[in-house]
Ligand binder design. Sequence first.
Ligand code: SAH
Ligand code: AVI
Length: 332
Amino acid sequence: MPDSGLLFKEGPVIFADIRMALFRSEIIKDVSTGLNASRKSIPSKYFYDERGSQLFEEICSLPEYYPTRTEMSILKLSAPIIMKSFDRGDIVELGSGANGKIRMLLDAAGPSRLSDLRYIPVDVSESALTEASEELLKLYPGLQILGIVADFSMHLETVPCDRKRLIFFLGSTIGNFDEKMREEFLKLVAATMNDRDSFLVGFDMLKPKATIEAAYNDARGVTSKFNKNILRVINRELNADFQTSHFDHVAFFNKDRDRIEMHLRANRNTVVNIEDLELELKIEKDETIHTENSCKFSREGVKELVKKSGMEIKNWYSDEKGWFSLTELSLA
Ligand code: SAH
Ligand code: AVI
């Protein structure tokens, strides 16, 4: 059980809000560092307020956004294998978001095993966490849930590790880290694992550039709304006056770094006041704010990363086209 932050109980779900007390100092530091730099950026975790989480859910069902449906197709086949040897313990999900994927695992476990399982979703988005948990309880009565609102890159120590664990990090959220952070993060998770635990990580694999770029430039413009939502978050949290119409959504594949880059590009010279940072920001036409990287992986790249983290690949699940991979890792 987490030993810091705010613990509260809502019906049979227990929530621990590790983030609340730290949020303000964190966002001030992150946004101030990012927007005062010569190449402006804002960390992608600030996409996910209530609206951002809803927009991400919409993205997941867009025809162009292949990662969600591809990973779900892999889970459909692999969930029964993964759950076969896991009859009791904790199912931890880092960056849990909505509950579609975890439901496939709970279904594979079957109703008779639910009371021996505890589900521990960890997410910065309190709204996503509470909504998903409430829905899960209705669908799976008897399941214990401990929801933790926390930044998984900073507060992994708040996730209990006293029982056997299956730890999930799905959706290729690992691709939103840069290379150094990916390695550090895997090492951090490995340091909390026992021999009996497994870590299941989703990787979005390299594929034709046009397919990848279409996934981040959907025809309905949902990804554009999602990208611009980060400015609305900054406006609300730091009393800023970004005009979202002064920025265009830009997403392209950077071939040298095997990643999609998302930016917001100013479509005119604009001045933004961020009251809580006492900052007047002059942004020139065509200047960009870098909001996200989404790395795509080769099988060799994944193997190398896993090796560096002190873990090994126990199982490799993939789809027919090799577009997405779910890797099961354990301590080496
Ligand atoms: N796992 C889900 C959601 C992926 S979207 C899926 O596969 O579809 C990424 C999720 O991670 C969002 O719910 C977001 O709120 C959460 N997230 C992003 N950065 C985070 C961080 N640093 N710490 C904890 N959660 C984070
Ligand atoms: C959460 N993450 C893995 C998504 C991605 O594809 O990198 C976020 C996203 N950004 C734009 N569309 C989806």
